[in-house]
Design a protein around this ligand. Structure first.
Ligand SMILES: Nc1ncnc2c1ncn2[C@@H]1O[C@H](COP(=O)(O)OP(=O)(O)OP(=O)(O)O)[C@@H](O)[C@H]1O
Length: 214
């Protein structure tokens, strides 16, 4: 565990993600909640701390504060399991094998293929080498890779920044379906105010390290 989380107070308990007094080197203290099936958008100037916020929530960087998912405190869940349930999808994802298919277990390939189609990825992409893919294709594949692992929360760092408007719309629809059908909660970082208004029930800005309703 990288940040010290004491047992959450009763007001932190409940369905979804609850964050209280989260603090890192450049942000905080921040408190917010995202219900199952809800999306909040986080905007803010470059360098304001949006990525840091997501990484703190995923417990990928050292920080302080309290967190719970569906009423279960962070300190009751082993760190790798927390990061699986509360999954960070970075703006630029890492890849470790030569082909796309090697990044997906056999058991999730069908789900992955359906998602690829929904996100307008080209047919046959599973057989392709990573080196030949565009930035936008990698970005969507990173989302597919995260979704098939069935997280309860997705922490999305500018998930459509490399995409044209039409493809971004397909990704937004796909993620909307995931919220509606599977109750996934999302924290969506974006620089696009129109997108924030489309996808999120609440929009915040990080200003001076604080989370302010936009
Ligand atoms: N590994 C690091 N070491 C030191 N400082 C860092 C590190 N990573 C980020 N920072 C600093 O933390 C602050 C917040 O960075 P962060 O990446 O969270 O910004 P952001 O709001 O996501 O910006 P952008 O919109 O440009 O992606 C910045 O001042 C950045 O320089």
């Amino acid at each position: 565990m990288q940040y010290s989380i004491r047992r959450v107070h009763c007001e932190c308990m409940g369905t979804g993600l609850h964050i209280e007094s989260l603090r890192g080197p450049h942000v905080g203290p921040l408190s917010f909640a995202v219900a199952r099936g809800e999306c909040i958008a986080v905007m803010g100037a470059s360098g304001a701390g949006k990525t840091q916020l997501l990484r703190l929530v995923a417990d990928l960087d050292p920080g302080e504060g309290r967190a719970s998912l569906d009423g279960v405190p962070r300190d009751a869940i082993p760190a790798p399991a927390w990061r699986h349930k509360v999954m960070f999808v970075p703006a630029v994802s890492g890849w470790w094998a030569a082909t796309v298919a090697e990044h997906f277990d056999e058991a999730v390939r069908d789900d992955a293929l359906s998602l690829c189609t929904a996100m307008r990825l080209p047919a046959g992409i599973m057989a392709r080498d990573l080196t030949g893919l565009s930035t936008g294709e990698r970005q969507r594949l990173a989302l597919v890779r995260a979704i098939v692992r069935k997280p309860g929360v997705l922490l999305l760092d500018e998930p459509t920044s490399g995409l044209d408007a039409e493809t971004a719309e397909a990704v937004e629809a796909c993620l909307g379906e995931l919220r509606a059908s599977h109750g996934v909660a999302m924290v969506w970082v974006t620089h696009d105010a129109s997108q924030a208004a489309r996808v999120a029930g609440k929009v915040y800005r990080i200003i001076g390290g604080a989370l302010v309703p936009a």
